[in-house]
Write a protein that binds this ligand. Structure first.
Ligand SMILES: Cc1ncc(COP(=O)(O)O)c(C=O)c1O
Length: 450
């Protein structure tokens, strides 16, 4: 107990937390996580929480997983780190081969980094340089990216430039480069009557931009199927495939950011698999290591890779890389993570638990403050509103109280504004999925009485 208080004081003294208004954070004693086991995490007081956001959408097989622990320990006996600059290493080679074998057929080369933001930054730079490498004069203008409103691709300046969340990004507007932003195909917040009408209209807008400006556009950066960090907006079926078709027609690279949706999150190994989409570039991160260590990867097609080949060092080379690129410990655990997906038949498991999560959450639509329930796989959002007709968001203080009460009842979840997110550990059992929704439902009913 004494130690917990002491740690809490030191936390407030020394740590500046990410995406956090520290003035508010400091108003109450922070939860300090000490250990994890399976679907649960435990704080320094011994309180147990069901991990309903998979420790920020990363955990695949549960905390303190024996096989993942073993993979790291085994690698430790060999070496922890050497550089990929000018030499290679065993786990990074094995992992690259594995990643190429499980991702869409179009992708054959792997460029490692260590955060999702970096993987997007790399994708943008590769796409930009690709056009210059193949014909500097002809493609001199291909410097912009098509993006979706409400997109989130990370926090480095390139990733912010292709993002579309005003509240996060407007402060940096003088530092970022200009892009072409398109309406997001998400029905709930739109004025469209139905999905088909919305999809036709947005695809028409995209085509008309491409028709006039494809000579200025290097690539289309998209979160396939679900725009996560903005509030889990689900795109209609067929939208991604149509975007792919338009990109091919107008000679624009398709860059799929699967940092959040990759590795089983939407019920297929990759969101692109739902519509058999073959991206030119794909960004991976988060669950790539099963939630153990920071790793990201940008995969490209051979066409892109070959455009960077030359016999001269400074000609066409991709001058980008990070100190820990392809680190052995990280790659070892990522490789074991993928093997566990196969060994534990995690994708079929997710399909079953997804149906339970969906049904249980959709039952809540009868509550007067539940405006929308949307998602795929194990990535769902419950939008809380003051009024179902006007869709006016529920007061943020009430939303935060619900999240905080859920914690008190043993469930860790997070809200994105007025959307409560359910993005649990991928291996969570059916029983635990039901328990997660039950805790939320009880808190919801107690907080917002009918
Ligand atoms: C779609 C998407 N891309 C990129 C990122 C950035 O990843 P990271 O936070 O690891 O830099 C995120 C993070 O939430 C994301 O959801």
């Amino acid at each position: 107990m004494k130690n917990s208080k002491n740690l809490a004081e030191k936390d407030l003294s020394y740590i500046w937390h990410p995406f956090t208004q520290m003035g508010i954070y400091a108003q109450q004693e922070p939860i300090i996580i000490e250990k994890g086991k399976g679907s649960y995490i435990f704080d320094t007081y011994g309180n147990r929480y069901l991990d309903g956001y998979a420790s920020l959408w990363v955990n695949a097989h549960g905390h303190n997983n024996k096989q993942l622990n073993k993979a790291i320990k085994k690698q430790l006996k060999y070496i922890s780190h050497s550089t990929l600059l000018g030499s290679s290493n065993v786990p990074s080679i094995k992992l690259a081969e594995k990643l190429v074998s499980i991702t869409p057929d179009s992708l054959k080369k792997v460029f490692y980094s260590d955060t999702g933001s970096a993987s997007v930054e790399i994708a943008i730079k590769i796409a930009y340089q690709y056009w210059k490498n193949i014909d500097k004069e002809k493609y001199a203008q291909k410097n912009k990216f098509l993006t979706l409103h409400n997109g989130y691709h990370g926090d480095t300046l390139g990733a912010v430039s292709v993002g579309g969340i005003d509240s996060f990004h407007k402060i940096f507007k003088d530092l970022i480069f200009e892009n072409i932003q398109i309406e997001s195909p998400s029905l709930y917040k739109s004025d469209y009557d139905n999905e088909q009408e919305m999809m036709d209209s947005i695809l028409q807008q995209i085509e008309s931009i491409l028709l006039q400006r494809s000579n200025e556009i290097a690539g289309f950066v998209i979160e396939p199927l679900i725009q996560g960090a903005t509030g889990l907006f689900v795109h209609p079926h067929g939208f991604l495939k149509s975007v792919e078709t338009l990109c091919r027609k107008y000679n624009v690279l398709l860059i799929c950011d699967e940092v959040a949706v990759g590795f089983g999150r939407t019920g297929e190994m990759f969101a692109c698999n739902h519509e058999n989409v073959q991206p030119d570039i794909m960004c991976l991160g988060k669950a790539i290591t099963g939630g153990y260590l920071p790793l990201a990867a940008t995969l490209t097609s051979p066409k892109i890779y070959e455009a960077f080949l030359s016999n001269q060092h400074a000609d066409k080379t991709f001058f980008h890389g990070h100190t820990y690129t392809g680190n052995q410990l990280v790659c070892s655990v990522a490789l074991e993570n993928i093997k566990l997906f196969e060994r534990n038949k995690l994708i079929p498991h997710i399909k079953k638990t997804s149906a339970i999560l969906k049904n249980n959450l959709e039952r809540l639509l009868t509550h007067k403050n539940v405006g929308d329930v949307r998602g795929r796989g194990l990535m769902f959002g419950v939008e809380l509103v003051k009024d179902k007709v006007t869709k006016q968001p529920l007061d943020i203080k009430e939303v935060e109280k619900i999240v905080s009460d859920c914690k008190n009842e043993g469930l860790m979840i997070r809200n994105l504004e007025n959307v409560i997110t359910f993005v649990p550990i991928l291996s969570m059992s059916k029983k635990e999925i039901r328990k997660m929704v039950r805790i939320f439902e009880n808190v919801l009913i107690n907080t917002l009485t009918e």
